[in-house]
Ligand binder design. Structure first.
Ligand code: IMP
Length: 198
């Protein structure tokens, strides 16, 4: 089976992708397994630009078909913040707890009806020959008043899903994959990979 490089060093994202892409006719490999140590500066101003930067940098270095994503949380009352800055919201190296605390402090006093938010994920698939394809997915929800749940990563404990009556961090990885932004984007990525590259 040919290899497909999952260009992320985030173990929680990797876990989600290994399940989401596990049925494809490619052997899924990680940067660590391929001995790759690449730091990609996320200099783009959109998720699309950053996903492309990551996928093409890893495809160039590895000479493998590569899938990368850029994802983020958009909070309506904050004009779409933190958006592409989601991972660095409380400064480079801040913990998930610190990022959630900052976001909750910015939303202090904002009532339930005005706490709507959306997780967005953009996947870029880059071929070492230079081709690049994009697809995306969204998941609507609301920012809760306090964290709940111990699964997932990032902002999952404060991302409330009204249709489930739970935060994203109260779902198993399989349940999260069925409704998440990443799950939806990965479904489209699977179709693209089968149509274009198999
Ligand atoms: P990046 O896509 O690795 O640049 O980082 C995206 C950042 O957005 C992560 O560090 C998280 O803080 C947040 N994020 C993206 N996807 C999710 C998710 O599925 N759950 C919770 N937080 C997420």
């Amino acid at each position: 089976m040919p290899k497909l490089l999952l260009a992320t060093t985030n173990p929680a994202k990797l876990r989600e992708y290994l399940l989401l892409l596990g049925d494809l006719p490619w052997r899924l490999v990680t940067p660590a397994e391929e001995g790759l140590k690449i730091v990609v500066d996320e200099t783009g101003t959109t998720l699309e630009e950053n996903a492309k930067l990551k996928a093409s940098a890893y495809a160039d270095q590895s000479q493998l078909l590569t899938l990368a994503d850029d994802s983020g949380l958009e909070v309506d009352v904050l004009g779409g913040e933190p958006g592409p800055l989601s991972s660095r919201y409380a400064g480079q190296g801040a913990s998930d707890k610190e990022k959630m605390a900052l976001l909750l402090s910015r939303l202090r006093g904002i009532p339930w009806e005005r706490r709507s938010a959306c997780f967005r994920c953009v996947i870029a698939i880059a071929s070492p020959r230079g081709g690049i394809e994009l697809c995306g997915g969204e998941c609507q929800g609301a920012i809760s008043f306090q964290p709940r749940g111990g699964q997932g990563f990032g902002y999952d404990p404060i991302f409330y899903l009204p249709q489930r009556g739970k935060t994203m961090a109260e779902l198993s990885v399989e349940e999260k994959n069925k409704l998440s932004h990443r799950g939806k984007a990965a479904e489209k990525a699977c179709q693209l990979l089968r149509e274009i590259y198999s």
